[in-house]
Design a protein around this ligand. Structure first.
Ligand code: PTJ
Length: 253
């Protein structure tokens, strides 16, 4: 940790703990510089939903699990922030749903890829991404690098905390893209097939629980009835109403 010890009684304990994980990940060369900024943006959006999983998040989490469960080659794409915040939750979900894990970075450096892969190896888990042998078409430079065994041949890709370009490029390849993004207005959120508007550690834990209860038959039904546009719209309207309620309470102070 950064030397600052957070008392569990602190009202913002969970949030401060995640912030510490990001800082620690940055110091260890796992999180990119921009990852610090991205985390702050996530924190701000989490405030707008009251830092809780809401109904729209849960609906999307169910659809996400359903899509992954029914996939032939589902791949979990991991970046610096996701590794720093949720390495054990990534492993737990990937194992439950038979997903490969691939390190795929927006700000790719070989050093950071290796450090993230080492983090997984330290838990006895091998990941793809260190020796890319394929490219995502339509993306510039190193961001396109991936493996033919993993992301390149995947039918369903889980890409949390992503940027819109890669989400679109993966969809253009015909893949079914699931994302987790607290910002319902982001390009990724609006491009993915399933957008989970929830915080990554909460989302992965919920998805792990859902995965242990869902049958393949249920998965098919859930996916057939799922409408990502409607769920995203619910998230935006929730924020409007939530802020409206807080505004009214504030007026009565
Ligand atoms: O490790 P790299 O090189 O792959 O880089 C990773 C980052 C996150 C820096 C890169 O992908 C990036 O710049 O992402 P963006 O464009 O900032 O998008 C990240 C999105 O994730 C934003 O919409 C944030 O609101 C959202 N976000 C941030 N933290 C969380 C989050 N969503 C869910 N849970 C979080 N903890």
């Amino acid at each position: 940790m950064s030397g600052f010890s957070i008392p569990p009684s602190h009202p913002r304990y969970q949030s401060l703990l995640k912030r510490e994980r990001i800082i620690e990940g940055f110091k260890k060369g796992i999180v990119a510089h921009a990852g610090l900024i991205a985390h702050g943006r996530g924190e701000a959006f989490d405030y707008l939903i009251g830092e809780k999983t809401r109904e729209f998040g849960l609906k999307a989490e169910k659809a996400a699990v359903a899509a992954i469960m029914l996939a032939e080659n589902p791949v979990f794409s991991v970046n610096g922030n996701v590794a720093a915040l949720a390495v054990d939750d990534v492993i737990s979900l990937a194992e439950a749903l038979g997903m490969k894990i691939e390190v795929n970075l927006f700000y790719r450096t070989e050093d950071r890829v290796r450090r993230i892969a080492d983090l997984f190896r330290s838990r006895g888990v091998e990941v793809l991404g260190e020796n890319p042998d394929a490219r995502i078409p339509g993306l510039d430079h190193a961001r396109a690098l991936c493996t033919s065994e993993g992301i390149f041949s995947a039918d369903v890709v889980l890409v949390p905390l992503e940027d819109g370009d890669r989400t679109k490029a993966l969809r253009d390849m015909g893949k079914f893209v699931v994302t987790v993004d607290l910002n319902p207005l982001s390009r990724t959120a609006r491009t993915a097939d399933v957008t989970v508007v929830d915080e990554i550690t909460r989302a992965l834990r919920n998805m792990r629980e859902i995965a242990s209860e869902m049958s393949r038959e249920e998965a098919r039904k859930i996916l057939d009835g799922y409408d990502n546009g409607a769920v995203l719209s619910e998230a935006i309207l929730f924020i409007r109403d939530y802020l409206g309620r807080i505004a009214s309470q504030t007026r009565e102070w």
